[in-house]
Design a protein around this ligand. Sequence first.
Ligand SMILES: Cc1cc2nc3c(=O)[nH]c(=O)nc-3n(C[C@H](O)[C@H](O)[C@H](O)COP(=O)(O)OP(=O)(O)OC[C@H]3O[C@@H](n4cnc5c(N)ncnc54)[C@H](O)[C@@H]3O)c2cc1C
Length: 466
Amino acid sequence: MQNYDYDLAVIGSGPAGVMAAVEAGRRGKRVALIERLKDIGGAGINTGTLPSKTLRESALHLSGYRQRGLDGVDLGLKREQITVAQLLARKNQVIENEIALVTDLLRSVKVEILRGHAHFADAHTLVLDETRRIRADKVLIATGSRPRRPEGFPFDDPDVVDSDTILKLERIPETLTVVGGGVIGCEYASIFACLGVKVTLLESGPKLLGFLDEELRALLEARFRALGIELLFDEGVERVIHVPGPGVKVETKAGRRFAAGKLLVAAGRSSNIEGLGLENIGLATDKRGRIAVDAGYQTSVPGVYAAGDVIGFPSLASTGMEQGRLAVCNAFGESGECVRMDTLPYGLYTIPEVGYVGLNEEECQAKGLEYEVGRARYRDNARGQIEGDLDGLLKIVFRPADRKLLGVHIIGDKATELVHHGQLALELGGTIDAFAGACFNFPTLSILYKRAAIDGLLRLEKRAKG
Ligand SMILES: Cc1cc2nc3c(=O)[nH]c(=O)nc-3n(C[C@H](O)[C@H](O)[C@H](O)COP(=O)(O)OP(=O)(O)OC[C@H]3O[C@@H](n4cnc5c(N)ncnc54)[C@H](O)[C@@H]3O)c2cc1C
């Protein structure tokens, strides 16, 4: 029997690492959680999820966006009246609070937090900052990811930023060019447009967010245009030219030239594997640094596990937490259930918000599945009217033969919350009859489910009549 200092060493204190450490601590294991930075929490707390969502909420509040549909109510502030300090003050408060909560949680289950950059000497030995060696029975790699910085962009120019450095902006620019129409690019484009910034979004493909249900994607693009965002498709950046004074000049591949107060490059993420010593344990990665794992989150090296962004898709805080927890269940002999990929909810904190779970129409078509849909619009819902959201849509996709729910797709206020009703129904293998027959509080957005289900049932009746 080997003599180890810890039962589990976790490298990285982001959402995946923290939840893994808590799960192991809760089971009475001796756990070390290693973090190289001053603050624990990783991208989830410090640079990604929480800061961007807090900025978004501040932007919605300060701009009066939520009151847009209410006649006679005009709380909209002018961009010049909003200071970045106002936006950032809330962010810092939320981050500090969350770090304190997570630290308390870790302490309550006796997880030891160790500072330093960890690398493997062998599969059971980690070296911290070249000064300390610890030995652990099992190791979890939860080192996360960072913004990918493609060649050709002058990141030494303070006006060229990525999703980390955008949080250090001192002032709200008059214009912003966003390169990349993925989730992060779309979220920031809409947040800044909401603040009155003139935003141009360049996407190298023919549309934004190709994985979305087509109907929702078209609605989102229309809402982006209504917010004043200029969308350029099949377009990329040829050159970024320094100019005297603030801002840069952007030249696109199609030859357009325009000035940008700030340029945000949102070109995906790369895994943090540098200096981890993976070569010392014979662990290979793909070209973006992603580590392959089995269904129990174990790598090809026995006893070494990986979870969160470092293993790639879907790279969300929500899924990283569950992966970390399940890795621990598997590591200590109780085989946990793996995350069910078919019922994972997705949330896009764009303005407007998008939430979805399960299959969309295009996926049903590609799989050759027979399906029907039911729709309910926010404008026909009392709560939607009260809140002034008249553009939203909730759409359910179901199997006509037995009315089994296949997917739910929502665009509009609180979409990322509402989607969880659909997630539960999917996990339980429910039918749309459950929604049609349910009694929901009134007036709520949840009633959209009932309306969409009734719409779906009426469509089935029409079909039956031919
Ligand atoms: C702008 C933005 C918005 C986002 N919005 C959402 C959202 O709304 N919802 C959602 O679910 N997800 C969102 N995400 C994704 C989410 O932030 C990530 O999926 C999540 O943080 C990944 O968690 P993780 O634990 O794998 O790694 P991370 O959070 O990246 O943490 C990894 C930690 O490991 C540390 N580390 C790395 N190497 C070492 C080493 N060798 N030694 C010691 N420590 C090390 C790092 O310093 C870091 O603290 C967003 C991301 C971004 C960038």
